[in-house]
Ligand binder design. Structure first.
Ligand SMILES: [Zn+2]
Length: 480
C-alpha cells in the first residue's frame, strides 16, 4: 500500500511534471532502480502492463503472428551493417567489452532493438518463396541509454514487443505495417481509452533504417504529444544488409521486404497522462488491476457482518468477471482509504456500512465524477459490467473532446507557435527538412504525423511559403 501521509499530490495545473513524477511513485506503479535511468515496475504498475500486453498479444496472435525469442547481445559489427540504423542508435548504446574475466574480441551491444539479430536469423531461415511470409513477434527488454530519464516515458531499459516480418513483395510488407498500426489503434482506443492520430512520419522523424514509419500520436493532459507505438516498412534495407533473400517461382533470387513494429511500457505513462487528474490516476476499467474496491465502514464491533457482506459482494462481482478487492485493513480510516484508492485510480468504489446493510443498499462512487449513488445491494453486482463499460466510454469521449478542444488549424508560423504552446496545430509544411527544423527551433514542436484520415488539402508552407508536401496538413506538437 502507498505510504500516503494525508498529503495530496501537486496539482496538474500547478506543475504537470511534478504531478506525474509524484503520482507514479505514490500510486506504487514504479520506482527508480539503483542505476540511473532504470525502472522497477511495481506489482500495481506491472498488472496494468500485463493487461495491456495481454490484450495486444491476443491481437498479434489473432492476426497470424507467432511469438519467439532472440538474444539480448548483438555483435557490434552486425549493428554497423545497416548504416542509417547504427547512426540513429549509436548515442544510446550500452556496449559490453568484458565478459568471463577477459576483454572480448568483439564488443557486444545490448539490443536497443532487434532488427539486426532477427535479420541475421531470417537470412538463414528464408530460402524460397514458400518460406514467406515470416511473421514473428517477441516480448523482450531493450536498452537505450537515457540522459533525461523519466519513469515509463524514457527509461534506459524498458519492456516492449517487437514484431518482425519478411515478405515477398513491397505491397505485402506495407500491408503488414498497416495491420500492426491497426491493432495498436484498437489497443489504444478500445482498451486504454486513448484517442490516437495515426499517420506517416516525415523523413526526418522516421525510424533509423525505415522507408516508412507510421506512428500513433496521443495528446496528454498538458497538451503534449506522446508517441504510443510505431510501425515501420523497412523496404529491402535490412534484407540487403543481412542477405534476407528468396528464390521466387521464376527461379530468380530476390530480396525480401521487411517490417517491424513496437509498443512499450511507455504506453503506461501515456495512460497516466491521458486520464489522470488532481486526485491521482484514473484507470480505464479494461486495464485497471482492480475495477472495483469495496470499503467496509464502521466501528470494529460492527464490522463482522459488514465484512461478511463485503466478501459476499466481492464473490458475486468476481462471478460477473469483475476484478475486485476488499480493503479490510484495520486501524486505517475510511477517509484515508477513499483517498488512497482515488489516487490509485480504481474506477468504482463501493462503500458498505452497518446502516447500508440494514437498508439492503450499498453506495457506489464513480472515480471520474465523485458522484455517490445508493444502489440496492442485490443489484450492485449484476449492474456493474454495464457501469464499467459506461465508465470506459466516458473516459474515451472525455479524452477525445479534450484533444479536439486543443487542436487548431493554423496558416501562419505565429499561429502555430501559439497553438503548440497548449496542444496540436494542423499546418501545411513543405518537404524541405530545414522548414521542420525551423519550427522545432522556435517552438520545440515537431511534426507528429501526416494524419491518415485528414482531408486532402494544399496550401503554402508555414515557414517558407513554398508548396506544401504531403497533400494535407500535418499535426504538430511538443512531444514526450
Ligand atoms: Zn517550407
Amino acid at each position: 500500500m502507498a505510504k500516503t501521509d494525508g498529503r495530496g499530490i501537486t496539482p496538474q495545473s500547478e506543475d504537470f511534471s511534478a504531478w506525474y513524477n509524484e503520482l507514479v511513485v505514490r500510486a506504487e506503479l514504479a520506482d527508480h532502480g539503483p542505476v540511473r535511468g532504470t525502472m522497477v515496475i511495481r506489482p500495481y504498475g506491472y498488472r496494468i502492463w500485463e493487461l495491456l500486453s495481454g490484450e495486444l498479444d491476443r491481437l498479434i496472435k489473432a492476426s497470424g503472428h507467432e511469438n519467439a525469442y532472440f538474444p539480448l547481445f548483438i555483435p557490434e559489427s552486425h549493428l554497423r551493417r545497416e548504416a542509417e540504423h547504427v547512426e540513429g542508435f549509436s548515442p544510446e548504446l550500452a556496449i559490453v567489452t568484458h565478459a568471463g574475466g577477459e576483454e572480448l574480441e568483439e564488443p557486444l551491444v545490448v539490443r536497443p532493438t532487434s532488427e539486426t539479430v532477427v535479420g541475421e536469423m531470417y537470412a538463414r531461415w528464408i530460402d524460397s518463396y514458400r518460406d514467406l511470409p515470416v511473421k514473428i513477434n517477441q516480448w523482450a527488454n531493450v536498452v537505450r541509454w537515457e540522459l533525461r530519464p523519466r519513469l515509463f516515458l524514457r527509461t534506459t531499459e524498458f519492456l516492449w514487443q517487437e514484431g518482425h516480418t519478411a515478405h515477398a513483395t513491397e505491397q505485402d510488407a506495407v500491408a503488414e505495417m498497416m495491420v500492426a498500426a491497426d491493432f495498436y489503434r484498437e489497443l489504444a482506443e478500445d482498451f486504454a481509452a486513448m484517442p490516437v492520430l495515426v499517420g506517416d512520419k516525415t523523413p526526418s522523424e522516421r525510424f533509423a533504417g525505415a522507408v516508412r514509419t507510421v506512428s500513433l500520436e496521443a495528446m496528454m493532459r498538458d497538451g503534449r504529444a506522446l508517441q504510443a507505438a510505431t510501425s515501420h516498412y523497412l523496404g529491402t534495407n535490412f534484407a540487403r544488409a543481412f542477405g534476407i533473400d528468396y528464390t521466387g517461382i521464376d527461379g530468380v533470387r530476390t530480396f525480401c521486404h521487411t517490417s517491424s513494429w513496437g509498443m512499450s511500457t511507455r504506453m503506461v505513462g501515456g495512460v497516466i497522462m491521458t486520464h489522470g487528474d488532481d486526485r491521482g490516476l484514473v484507470l480505464p476499467p479494461k486495464i485497471a488491476p482492480y475495477q472495483v474496491v469495496i470499503v467496509p465502514i464502521g466501528k470494529e464491533a460492527e464490522l463482522g457482518p459488514v465484512s461478511a457482506a463485503a466478501d459476499a459482494l466481492a464473490a458475486e462481482l468476481t462471478d460477473k468477471g469483475v476484478r475486485v478487492t476488499v480493503d479490510s485493513r484495520a486501524h486505517v480510516s475510511a477517509g484515508f482509504k477513499f483517498n488512497e484508492w482515488e489516487l490509485r485510480g480504481v474506477p468504482v468504489r463501493i462503500e458498505l456500512g452497518p446502516r447500508d446493510l440494514a437498508a439492503g443498499t450499498v453506495v457506489v462512487v464513480d472515480r471520474l465524477t465523485g458522484v455517490k449513488t445508493p444502489v440496492a445491494a442485490a443489484a450492485a453486482a449484476p449492474t456493474m459490467p454495464a457501469r464499467l463499460d459506461g465508465f470506459q466510454r466516458v473516459l474515451f469521449e472525455q479524452a477525445r473532446k479534450f484533444r479536439d478542444s486543443r487542436s487548431v488549424r493554423v496558416d501562419t508560423l505565429d499561429q502555430l507557435v501559439e497553438a503548440v504552446a497548449t496542444g496540436f496545430a494542423y499546418a501545411f509544411i513543405c518537404e524541405d527538412p530545414a522548414c521542420e527544423k525551423k519550427v522545432q527551433e522556435r517552438t520545440g514542436a515537431t511534426p507528429r504525423c501526416v494524419p491518415a484520415d485528414g482531408p486532402d488539402e494544399s496550401g503554402p508552407c508555414v515557414v517558407c511559403g513554398g508548396a506544401s508536401g504531403y497533400g494535407r496538413r500535418l499535426v504538430f506538437g511538443r512531444a514526450y
